[in-house]
Design a protein around this ligand. Structure first.
Ligand code: MEV
Length: 436
């Protein structure tokens, strides 16, 4: 065990790791080469025990038309094809009415769990008093939020009888304007917890009240955004490949139905949506773990995990909808602290949190549409492996000439790791013979 690691300087941390795990000098060199020459101190502050930075591609999917406004969407993602798929769908839909999005609700909630021998009925009777005392106890914090258009939206008491008879949850709902609101909600809840204890213990009652925990919930079913794509079935011809647009639309519908009723497929279908959503969430410095947790819980709200999208084919019109919860912010957290997150927001025209919800939903919809369109026609691997070729070549240390030759060869051959390796080995052998 390395003792006192957290107290070491960055240099000492790297030294200690290299010596403890007997790492080659390249370990230190690679870490150092990924340091930022000017902003390392800032990056170090974002987490603890930082020893370097981890780069991911920062890409842009241009040409998105969302509610008639054009955007170039910044995307941070390491998976090949995702940005290309988003851009392709953006281009197609920009000529077919664009992405129509709407924020359906913006409420988030926090939970104050407590244990007491007070009964549910007694607590319910006291709720008006509790509510007003708790609201007053956080007045100094909520006043600012109210000026920005947010604040406390309501209270709900539930009995957690499945845990035990004495456990309750005070669910507090909030609106947090343009911030994701985690800090605001958690600060309010902790202060409310203290107030709840004094409120109940001041009532000449000796029954103790214990706060179990106070924390926001990442389940945000009331912070919802919807995205709709719609066009005449005939317009889908560019995507229909060897099928007619009508056949394509029917195959697409079946794919959506499968994602509604088959759990394994539903998870992959939704993962394709999250390819786009997460890339925007990351690029704008938002909390992708919170978004992921909330989205997948929402996909299970009926008791069965299912697709987040739905489709209607009627009167030769294709209408595809996505609905998902997205608790995002455009102020607070990393959004304006991380230079690239700040830049992303600038590129998006400094959106409000609601606007960002709609942009992220559109990116998710674009990726899902492209994925399904490929899956129900030529399959995903054709396009995917072409994009993946670069990664394989890099892994195999291909030089510029080999890269170009491989690109030519694989323009009409199937790409796979083994096929690329065989091709490169043969090229390298030929080259050795030439040099002899
Ligand atoms: C790959 O990252 C995403 C897909 O698997 C999504 C899907 O299957 O719908 C292609």
């Amino acid at each position: 065990m390395i003792k006192g690691f957290s107290k070491f300087s960055q240099e000492q941390k790297i030294e200690a790791l290299a010596s403890k795990y007997n790492l080659p000098t390249s370990f230190k060199e690679v870490l150092k080469s990924h340091h930022h020459s000017a902003l390392q101190d800032l990056y170090n502050q974002f987490a603890e025990n930082t020893i370097s930075n981890f780069y991911l591609p920062y890409s842009v999917a241009p040409g998105f038309v969302i509610n008639k406004k054009e955007y170039a969407i910044p995307m941070v993602i390491e998976e090949s094809s995702v940005v290309a798929a988003a851009s392709k769908a953006a281009k197609f839909w920009s000529a077919h009415g664009g992405f129509r999005t709407e924020v359906l609700s913006i409420t988030k909630s926090g939970q104050l769990f407590f244990t007491t021998e007070w009964s549910l009925e007694e607590l319910k009777d006291l709720m008006p008093g509790i509510e007003s005392a708790l609201r007053n106890s956080v007045r100094d914090i909520t006043q600012n939020m109210e000026k920005r258009g947010g604040g406390i939206a309501g209270f709900k008491l539930t009995h957690e009888a499945r845990v035990d008879e004495q456990t309750f949850c005070l669910m507090v709902s909030f609106e947090t304007a343009d911030s994701m609101g985690a800090n605001f909600i958690n600060t309010c809840l902790e202060q409310m917890g203290d107030e709840l204890v004094s409120f109940l213990t001041q009532r000449n009652d000796t029954r103790p009240v214990e706060i179990n925990m106070a924390i926001l919930s990442n389940y945000t079913p009331d912070c919802l955004v919807q995205c709709i794509l719609s066009c005449p079935v005939e317009s889908l011809r560019p995507y229909s490949g060897d099928y007619s647009p009508q056949e394509f639309a029917m195959r697409f519908k079946k794919a959506v139905k499968l994602a509604k009723h088959n759990l394994s497929r539903a998870v992959t279908h939704n993962k394709g949506i999250m390819n786009g959503v997460d890339a925007v969430v990351l690029a704008t410095g938002n909390d992708f773990r919170a978004v992921e947790a909330g989205v997948h819980a929402y996909a299970s709200r009926s008791g069965t995990y299912a697709s987040l999208t739905d489709i209607i084919l009627e009167d030769n019109v294709f209408t595809y909808t996505l609905e998902l919860p997205l608790a995002l912010g455009t102020v607070g957290g990393l959004t304006l602290l991380h230079p690239l997150a700040k830049l992303s927001l600038l590129l998006l025209g400094k959106p409000s949190a609601s606007e960002l919800m709609q942009i992220a939903a559109a990116a998710g919809m674009a990726n899902n549409f492209s994925a399904l369109a490929a899956l129900v026609t030529s399959g995903i691997q054709k396009g995917h492996m072409k994009m993946h070729l670069t990664n394989i070549l890099t892994t195999l240390n291909a030089n510029a000439i080999e890269y170009q030759k491989a690109k030519n060869y694989f323009s009409d051959h199937d790409v796979s790791h083994s096929a690329v390796k065989i091709f490169l080995d043969a090229e390298r052998l030929k080259e050795q013979h030439r040099q002899k």
